[in-house]
Write a protein that binds this ligand. Structure first.
Ligand SMILES: Nc1ncnc2c1ncn2[C@@H]1O[C@H](COP(=O)(O)OP(=O)(O)O)[C@@H](O)[C@H]1O
Ligand SMILES: O=P(O)(O)OC[C@H](O)CO
Length: 504
């Protein structure tokens, strides 16, 4: 068996391939961004072929740069942006159009209609998810109903559905030459088509979304000792590596942060923010706007559940300043710009580009920039963007405390935005608890590698992993309660102004 474990981390903005040693240290890695395709207001797409080509590219680069071969790898794990929906033809390997991304709101009328009747209650209870454009079920229906030939080919058994894990697993294990068509419970729990208790596709939900069972992948545990499949000699690893773990990226980050006991929580700051709380084998249902989801399932062990607060636009707001507004040239520049000012000068930015997700679930909301005067400049907007990231996380943290009774004493953080020290200080100030960033910031890839390595016997137990977690930096709250209360009040008033914008 090889000494190293590898992971593909395919996120909303980029795809990474990382190799880790037994101590959880990064041995090598490569990353490449893919295009964000924005054809109409509210639509967000990715090209699945570009994503697969990028995956090949990053794997080949790391293997070539390091001189490693497939025999050096004990196992491979995959973590992926969740919910984003692809339909492809299993005979040709060609997708039926672009993937519909989790942030895409094109299904708002369909989701709005089902939310207002008994189907909404059914969906909520069976899946643990609020009816929202965010999840895959309505996106899959949209593709089947709107892309020529998709439904006909689905009914003939030629067109198949997958989230990005399934697309990558199928391609890594041979594609048209016998690729494995499967998903794991964490990804399946985000489709709105799986019963959260039986962990199986649910016929009533399939009827709600008019989805034929024949398009669906097999649902498996996140980590399986026998492997989901082997990589192929014709693929980028150029030989067989057991692909033993597949997890949604936020669940993978829970494993990477070693949030493996009930009450453990982390917040990942990527394109969106995702605060998850491990609730153990108990399925906790939210009364405060969070969702219930599978955290992971290892082999035949009982599934571990989580409560999650999903926020649609955090790093995406930074990207928006860069790509759409041209205010910064790269994401890291936002920090220096925001440091030019001591506060936002009264401005408040609510980046509700895809409506507001947790804890509000308001598809009728849209982005709002309020409190402007002639004094306002781009430094204020940069600072307001960082504050919006942190206020949204505080909204979710409050909901989590109410639902679980668990009071946060420290917040473990990871993800691209956590490179921003000012943002992390603002987060500690707005939460009133310390914020802690680990040395290995690539927790999503690390979590996929841990899950894969545990399944392959590379690590014998999770206790063996505990010593691998080390704090890099901790931010302590520096602001008074009065300051925090005033800032929160201003934020709530801004959120109220972003609501009710789109006629549903
Ligand atoms: N220094 C920074 N300050 C603020 N945001 C940043 C910084 N560096 C990266 N980002 C944001 O982080 C996101 C990328 O983080 P990542 O964890 O790779 O996300 P994803 O997994 O969603 O692709 C982008 O949205 C980018 O705008
Ligand atoms: O790509 P990320 O890391 O922002 O994660 C996206 C989530 O999986 C969407 O649910």
């Amino acid at each position: 068996m090889g000494d190293l474990v590898a992971a593909v981390d395919h996120g909303t903005t980029s795809t990474r391939f990382m190799v880790f040693d037994h101590g959880g240290h990064v041995v090598a890695g490569a990353q490449v961004e893919h295009r964000q395709i924005l054809p109409r207001p509210g639509w967000v797409e990715h090209d699945p072929v570009e994503i697969w080509n990028n995956t090949v590219q990053v794997i080949e680069k790391v293997m070539a740069d390091t001189g490693l071969g497939p025999r050096d790898l004990a196992a491979l794990g995959v973590a992926n942006q969740r919910e984003t929906t692809v339909v492809w033809n299993r005979r040709t390997g060609r997708p039926y159009g672009n993937a519909v991304v989790w942030q895409d709101t094109r299904t708002d009328a369909l989701v709005g209609a089902l939310a207002s009747d008994d189907r909404g209650r059914l969906v909520r209870h069976r899946t643990g998810l609020p009816p929202a454009t965010y999840f895959s079920g309505a996106k899959l229906r949209w593709i089947l109903d709107n892309v020529p030939d998709a439904r006909r080919d689905a009914e003939a058994g030629d067109a198949v559905f997958g989230t990005l894990d399934t697309w990558l697993l199928w391609n890594l294990t041979g594609g048209v030459d016998g690729g494995v068509h499967a998903t794991d419970v964490t990804n399946a729990s985000r489709t709105m088509l799986m019963d959260l208790e039986t962990l199986d596709w649910d016929d009533e939900l399939l009827a709600v979304f008019d989805v034929p069972r024949s398009v669906l992948p097999e649902i498996r545990s996140s980590a399986v000792p026998d492997g989901h499949g082997l990589t192929t000699a014709t693929g980028p690893l150029k030989g067989p590596v057991p692909l033993t773990a597949v997890l949604g990226d936020q669940q993978a980050a829970m494993v990477g942060q070693l949030c493996l006991a009930p009450g453990d929580a982390k917040n990942t700051y990527g394109t969106g923010n995702f605060l998850l709380l491990n609730t153990g084998t108990t399925l906790v249902r939210s009364d405060h706007g969070l969702l219930s989801t599978v955290c992971y399932r290892f082999g035949d062990e009982p599934p571990v559940y989580a409560l999650e607060g999903s926020i649609a636009a955090t790093g995406a707001a930074v990207q928006w300043l860069r790509d759409q507004m041209g205010i910064i040239r790269d994401a890291a520049e936002i920090e220096a710009l925001a440091r030019q000012v001591p506060d936002t000068g009264g401005a408040c930015f609510v980046p509700a580009f895809s409506g507001l997700f947790a804890p509000h679930w308001r598809p009728d909301a849209r982005g709002a920039l309020v409190g402007l005067t002639r004094f306002s400049h781009k430094g204020h907007l940069a600072r307001a963007t960082l504050e919006a990231i942190c206020h949204q996380s505080r909204d979710v943290a409050e909901a989590m405390e109410k639902d679980s009774g668990v009071k946060l004493t420290v917040l473990k953080v990871d993800g691209g935005v956590t490179a921003n020290d000012l943002c992390m200080q603002i987060q500690a100030d707005l939460l009133g608890v310390p914020v802690s960033r680990p040395v290995v910031a690539e927790t999503t890839a690390l979590g996929a590698a841990y899950a894969a390595g545990l399944a392959a016997g590379h690590w014998t137990s999770t206790t063996e992993l505990r010593d691998n977690w080390h704090e890099d930096r901790r931010w302590l709250p520096e602001r008074s309660d009065e300051h925090r209360a005033a800032a929160r009040d201003e934020w709530h008033r801004a959120v109220a102004r972003a609501l009710d914008w789109v006629e549903m």
